[in-house]
Write a protein that binds this ligand. Structure first.
Ligand code: ZN
Ligand code: ZN
Length: 320
């Protein structure tokens, strides 16, 4: 038994418990084409909480061991001699409990590694510990489901933040089965965080694109007009090379090719994310992770609904 092995097991084991906990708490919907975020857990609270709590404690120990591996042991540093003896003899020494782990994380030698949970985070941790003890040791009575659900959600949020901020782990980039991935992505608080992260990443990429575009504006525009002319000569059809920019409302948004999403209006230069219409496949404004229909598909659908309503109305008066 080496210290390295132990610390590797802490992280893997901790993540395994967290994922198992989330798996217990959420249902899987294979029918939905798009992930619909849900704001509350839907099933086994008891096993969900027991697993999440166990996983969280292991993650705290992982953080401690990244600073100083022996910090996970209760006997360190005060009874180091006894601890070393145990380790040498292959006896598994006792590790710190939640209270001690939290205390040690606040006092790590490396100031930047220190973990200070806010008062409201601490209250969530205590409540979860309380539920977990109730589930494990007593009869489950008088538990208010709504309150329980809210505490679970806050705890999942806390774990997600802890993984990101203190262990540099994004739970959604782990190697997960597709079923569990869908479950995790459907948790609203995680879904919202991922959407925010993705939007920010797209914004950064957009800014770079605009910067690149400014350098080659003239030649890109000339090329686009040339392509348009050729298309028109071949087909005698109008071909929209630009879309309406949502910021300046001019027909200046490139929606194909290398600079797709760039507004060519010098007064605007805004970047707009583009994705494929989920109905017909042409480029349209929106994000990949949302169901997006282009304007013409959307208009067609609205027209169809209106026609149907008219049809129904007429049918009411059809006595033949
Ligand atoms: Zn614009
Ligand atoms: Zn479409």
């Amino acid at each position: 038994m080496t210290l390295n092995n132990i610390s590797l097991n802490l992280l893997e084991n901790g993540l395994d418990f967290i994922i198992r906990g989330l798996d217990e708490l959420y249902v899987y919907d294979s029918e939905e084409r798009f992930i619909i975020p849900v704001s509350q857990p839907q099933k086994d609270y008891k096993y969900g909480i027991i697993h999440l709590f166990a996983g969280f404690l292991l993650l705290l120990k992982e953080k401690l061991s990244r600073d100083t591996p022996k910090l996970i042991y209760r006997d360190f540093p005060k009874k180091s001699e006894r601890l070393n003896q145990h380790l040498n003899q292959g006896i598994r020494p006792s590790t710190v409990d939640l209270h001690e782990a939290l205390k040690r994380l606040k006092l790590l030698d490396n100031v930047e590694s220190r973990v200070n949970f806010t008062e409201s985070d601490m209250s969530v941790i205590e409540k979860i510990q309380d539920y977990r003890n109730t589930f494990e040791h007593y009869k489950i009575e008088n538990i208010k489901i709504l309150e329980l659900e809210n505490v679970i959600i806050s705890f999942i949020d806390l774990i997600d933040r802890f993984l990101n901020e203190h262990l540099e782990i994004n739970i959604t980039s782990l190697d997960l089965s597709s079923e569990i991935r869908v479950k995790i992505l459907s948790i609203k608080i995680i879904y919202d965080r991922i959407v925010k992260d993705s939007e920010n990443a797209i914004k950064v990429r957009g800014k770079e694109k605009i910067k690149e575009f400014k350098k080659v504006r003239k030649s890109v525009l000339r090329k686009l007009y040339e392509e348009n002319k050729i298309y028109f000569n071949d087909t005698n059809e109008d071909y929209d090379i630009f879309d309406t920019c949502p910021k300046c409302h001019e027909e200046t948004l490139i929606f194909e090719g290398e600079f797709a999403g760039v507004c060519t209006n010098k007064k605007c230069y805004e970047y707009t994310p583009l994705t494929k219409c989920d109905k017909c496949g042409i480029m349209t404004q929106g994000y990949d992770w949302e169901e997006t229909w282009c304007k013409s598909c959307d208009d067609n659908q609205t027209q169809m609904i209106e026609d149907n309503i008219d049809g129904d109305d007429l049918a009411l008066y059809d006595f033949s």
